[in-house]
Design a protein around this ligand. Structure first.
Ligand code: PLP
Length: 405
C-alpha cells in the first residue's frame, strides 16, 4: 500500500502553530484544562472589538460583494491603498501595483512563489516572523538569517547582513515594526539597508503590518519612501490595526524600479489570477478603515489598553530574577531574555513546554522565530491586565524552582 507523507519542506513551517508545545496545549484543552494563551497575535479573543463603523459598513456591503472582484482587488480599495502609500511618502505606486490578499500571509507566500527557484536566497531577520522563512522554503528558496541585535534595541546588524549577501541573494525581508521584538527602526537604519540593497541589486520585502500600532508618539517610516530607485514590495493589512484578523484583509504594493523585474511582475499577476481574488467584503472596507485613525490611536496612548499593558508587562518581566526585556515600541509583543545559566536551560522548547504543563500558560520559544540560542521566548501582551498579572506571577513562581539540568 502506498504511503503519503507531507512534504519535507513543511518541517520548516512555523513553530508557533505546530510542534510538541502546541500538541500538548491542544491535549490539555481537550481534557478541559483552561490555558492562558500568550502565544498568538489575535486581538479578538482578548476583548478587543473592531470599530463598530467598520462592521456596519461591511454588513451593508455584503449585498454588493457576492461576486469575485478583479484579481488584484476592488478598484476603490486599491485607490485607497495608493492614497495611504502616498501619505507615507511612497510616490511611485499606482492602482495596478497593488494586490489585495486574504491577509498579508497569502501575499507573503505568493510573493516568494513568484520569485524563487531552487538555490535562490532571501535574507530574513533572526528572530523572524516565521511565515517568512516558511514561505521562502516552500517556494524552493533558502532563507539566510541575519542577526538582529538585542544590545542595539534589536536593530539589524548591518555588517552581518553584508557578510551574508551572495550571488544568489535576491532580496531582503525587513519587518518594521517588528514581530517578535516590538522594535521600531529609525530612518537612518532604514537608509543603511536601502544603500546595501542598491549596491547589490536586492528587492526589499517590507512587512509593515504594524505601522499603525506605534507607541510613545514615535513615527513609522516606510522603507519604500526612502528607496524610489529600488523595487520594494510593501505589505500591510487590517488584521492588527483594525482588530479584524478573522476577516483576512491585507495587501501588497510594488513600487520603485520595476524595469528589471518584468518577469517577476508577470509571475505575481499569474499567481494573483490563479487564486481569483481575495475576500471581497473585507476589501470593501479598506477605504473606510484607512480614513479611521482615531480608533486605533486610542489604544496606544496612556489610558489605552495596548499602552497600559505594554507598560505593565515590561516592568513586570524585568522584575523577575533571571528575566530581562527590551521595551517594545510598537505592536503587542515582547521578546524577553532568560538567563540560561541560572536555570540550566539548554532547550527553549522544553522550557516553554514545562511551563505550560506546570502553570497552564502558553508562550512561544525563541527557536520558533528562528532564534538560534535557547535564551528567548515571546509574550503576546494582548490579554487583559488581570490575566497578564496572573501570568507574570506564575512565571515568577515557576522560576523559583525550575532547573532544566
Ligand atoms: N506579518 C507579520 C509581521 C505578522 O506578525 C503577521 C501576523 O501575525 C502577519 C504578517 C500576517 O497577518 P495577516 O495574514 O493576518 O494579515
Amino acid at each position: 500500500m502506498r504511503k503519503f507523507e507531507k512534504s519535507q519542506k513543511l518541517d520548516y513551517v512555523c513553530y508557533d502553530i505546530r510542534g510538541p508545545v502546541m500538541d500538548e496545549a491542544n491535549r490539555m484543552i481537550a481534557q478541559g484544562v483552561e490555558i492562558l494563551k500568550l502565544n498568538i497575535g489575535n486581538p479578538a479573543p482578548f476583548g478587543f472589538r473592531a470599530p463598530e463603523e467598520l462592521l456596519m459598513k461591511m454588513n451593508s456591503n455584503l449585498v454588493h460583494t457576492e461576486g469575485y472582484s478583479d484579481s488584484r482587488g476592488l478598484l476603490s480599495a486599491r485607490e485607497a491603498i495608493v492614497k495611504y502609500c502616498r501619505k507615507k511618502g511612497i510616490e511611485e505606486v499606482g492602482t495596478d501595483d497593488v494586490y489585495t490578499g486574504n491577509g498579508v500571509s497569502e501575499l507573503i507566500t505568493l510573493s516568494m512563489q513568484g520569485l524563487l527557484d531552487s538555490g535562490d536566497e532571501i535574507l530574513v531577520p533572526s528572530p523572524d516572523y516565521p511565515l517568512w522563512t516558511a514561505s521562502v522554503t516552500l517556494a524552493g528558496g533558502t532563507a539566510v538569517h541575519y542577526i538582529c541585535d538585542e544590545a542595539a534595541d534589536w536593530y539589524p546588524d548591518i555588517n552581518d547582513i553584508k557578510s551574508k549577501i551572495t550571488e544568489r541573494t535576491k532580496g531582503i525581508v525587513v519587518i518594521n515594526p517588528n514581530n517578535p521584538t516590538g522594535t521600531l527602526y529609525s530612518k537612518e537604519l532604514l537608509e543603511e539597508i536601502v544603500k546595501l540593497c542598491l549596491e547589490n541589486g536586492l528587492i526589499i520585502f517590507a512587512d509593515e503590518i504594524y505601522d499603525r500600532l506605534v507607541l510613545d508618539g514615535l513615527v513609522h517610516t516606510s522603507i519604500a519612501s526612502l528607496a524610489p530607485d529600488l523595487l520594494t514590495i510593501t505589505f500591510n493589512g487590517l488584521s492588527k490595526s483594525h482588530l479584524i484578523a478573522g476577516y483576512r484583509c491585507g495587501w501588497m504594493s510594488l513600487c520603485g524600479d520595476k524595469s528589471s523585474a518584468r518577469g517577476y511582475v508577470e509571475g505575481i499577476n499569474l499567481l494573483s489570477s490563479m487564486r481569483l481574488c481575495s475576500n471581497v467584503p473585507a476589501q470593501s472596507v479598506i477605504a473606510t478603515a484607512l480614513e479611521m485613525e482615531e480608533e486605533t490611536k486610542k489604544l496606544l496612548v496612556p489610558g489605552g489598553r495596548i499602552y497600559e499593558q505594554r507598560e505593565y508587562i515590561y516592568e513586570a518581566l524585568n522584575q523577575i530574577p533571571g528575566i530581562s526585556a527590551t521595551k517594545p515600541k510598537a505592536a503587542f509583543y515582547v521578546f524577553p531574555k532568560i538567563d540560561i545559566k541560572r536555570f540550566g536551560i539548554y532547550d527553549d522548547e522544553k522550557f516553554v513546554l514545562d511551563f505550560l504543563r506546570d502553570k497552564k500558560i502558553l508562550l512561544t520559544h525563541g527557536g520558533g522565530f528562528h532564534w538560534e540560542k535557547p535564551d528567548h521566548f515571546r509574550v503576546v501582551y494582548l490579554p487583559e491586565m488581570e490575566q497578564l498579572k496572573s501570568a507574570c506571577s506564575r512565571l515568577k513562581d515557576f522560576l523559583t524552582y525550575y532547573r532544566q539540568q
